[in-house]
Design a protein. Structure first.
Length: 101
């Protein structure tokens, strides 16, 4: 199904250096994998709807709701730096985006 030369080509494209023993091993393993895919292609899947996953998965999350914290000072006390403005006290963090140059 797949020969050593094809394994060498794939290894070269993947920038892998394979020993002759590894080439033989991967030739056998990849041939087995491709044979299995051939078996799967023989199955009738006309009535099987396409899916992204084999099982149904749902994301269980809580609602994102704002809850004021009564002891604001205890939170700000643990900050490495804080900044006080006319609008109130805030955490002071390094600028991430943009620059003042």
């Amino acid at each position: 199904m797949i020969d050593r030369e094809q394994v060498r080509k794939v290894a070269h494209l993947a920038r892998l250096e394979l020993t002759p023993d590894e080439e033989e091993m991967f030739t056998t393993q990849l041939s087995s994998i491709l044979e299995y895919f051939e078996q799967l292609s023989e199955l009738d899947t006309t009535d099987v709807p396409p899916t992204a996953r084999a099982i149904d998965v749902s994301n269980v999350t809580r609602a994102d709701a704002l809850h004021p914290y009564a002891d604001r000072e205890s939170i700000l006390a643990s900050a490495p730096e804080r900044e006080t403005t006319m609008a109130g006290d805030f955490f002071k963090v390094p600028q991430i985006m943009g620059s003042d140059e």
